[in-house]
Design a protein around this ligand. Structure first.
Ligand code: FMN
Length: 365
């Protein structure tokens, strides 16, 4: 008998807590239908917007691998390598809203018990941009989406009023949430950038303005590697490159730290954990730090032979979580969610070899 993995999150019922994150695995109706058929509990669509989208004239994503022999990280094909990370500079969906809407409707009608979350993104520089948030929100909800995820984390925008840039501005976070929550009546999740210098303040502003959950993390801003022999970047166009996003196993520890920061600051609030999940152990860690659902991108994209949506991965994740719950006698992930929270403390609270330590000061204040 398979273990019941039902998970309640932001008022929604998930058949299991595993969600495909907003990215290529959720870029089309075909892929999302296949993802639900394979067993994913939910999907966050590739981000939908209203502004022009034109991707770079080269590969949008590379997968980097590490090896033990002559250990270096590279996209170059070599024997005996293991996954290290994805690196991408892909923009949001280039499928226009009016083509997404019938697709969303069909997906929701075909899989009514699976959670369909629309990721949306607009600007913030004008009243017209605020109206764009409302237009996107209303349209996706009318098409049947169960929730929205506001993309305040896209690391690839030159526009200063969009994506990751706005996550540093609490007034903008409040204004966008005000616009969206005033327009629709579904849970609104906010995906913040992990590279913000004021993540906890941003999360506070978002929760206070009505965010049902914070989703963390998007990819980390980063550069691809330069090959010392060819002098080419591992991905470039005409010899040029710009900052892109690192995902996959390489960001796991940093993503956990961001989730822990939010979870300790707001223990009663919901978090959707993302970043480097490849299997149960990583998922477990996000739950232990307080995440109530788990989102996956790179590991699903890397799975061979299943169209990059993690057909085998979701079987493994649900199987391993079910086994764990059964073995430990837990009814659901709620029974161990957040258990790591109280064990993350200030540096000076960690026991020292000698008895007196004042956090680096000569004597206690
Ligand atoms: C090629 C690619 C495209 C992505 N596009 C989006 C996007 O449109 N919207 C978004 O919110 N996140 C996007 N992401 C970020 C992922 O949703 C996810 O947050 C990130 O990859 C970390 O998860 P992972 O370590 O499982 O890959 C993209 C990631 C990749 C690799």
């Amino acid at each position: 008998m398979t273990h019941d993995l039902t998970t309640h999150f932001t008022g929604l019922r998930f058949v299991n807590p595993f969600i495909l994150a907003s990215a290529p695995p959720t870029e089309s109706k075909r892929k999302i239908l296949k993802a639900f058929e394979s067993g994913w509990g939910g999907v966050v669509t590739k981000t939908i917007g209203l502004h022009p989208v034109e991707n770079v004239a080269g590969p949008r994503t590379i997968f980097q691998r590490a090896s033990e022999e002559k250990p270096y990280v590279s996209r170059n094909k070599r024997p005996d390598t293991v996954s290290h990370s994805s690196w991408n500079w892909e923009l949001i969906s280039d499928q226009p809203l009016d083509l997404w809407l019938p697709d969303l409707e069909e997906i929701k009608t075909t899989y009514p018990d699976r959670m369909l979350i629309a990721s949306i993104m607009a600007g913030a520089g004008s009243a017209a941009e605020m109206e764009n948030w409302r237009t996107l929100a209303r349209a996706c909800v009318a098409a049947g989406c169960d929730a929205l995820e506001l993309n305040m984390s896209c690391p690839h925008m030159d526009r200063k009023d969009m994506g990751a840039h706005i996550a540093n501005d609490e007034d903008i976070i409040r204004a966008v949430l005000g616009a969206v929550t005033g327009a629709v009546d579904v849970p609104v999740w906010v995906k913040l950038t992990p590279s913000s210098s004021s993540l906890v303040d941003g999360a506070r502003a978002a929760y206070a303005a009505g965010a049902a959950a914070i989703s963390l993390c998007n990819t980390f801003p980063s550069l691809p590697l330069l090959d010392p022999e060819t002098m080419k970047f591992e991905v470039e166009v005409d010899g040029l490159v710009t900052s892109g996003g690192l995902g996959g196993l390489a960001i796991l520890h940093q993503a956990l730290q961001r989730v822990s920061d939010i979870s300790r600051a707001f223990p009663d609030k919901a978090i959707s954990g993302i970043g480097g999940i490849r299997g149960f152990r990583e998922a477990f860690n996000f739950i232990a730090h307080g995440a109530g659902t788990l989102q996956v991108c790179t590991a699903a994209m890397e799975e061979k032979g299943s169209g990059g949506i993690g057909v085998n991965l979701i079987q493994e994740l649900t199987g391993d979580l079910g086994d764990y719950l059964q073995r430990k006698g837990h009814a659901s992930i709620e029974e161990f969610r957040g258990i790591a929270r109280d064990r993350i403390v200030e540096h000076s609270q960690i026991r020292r070899k000698s008895e007196v330590y004042n956090g680096g000061y000569a004597q206690s204040a």
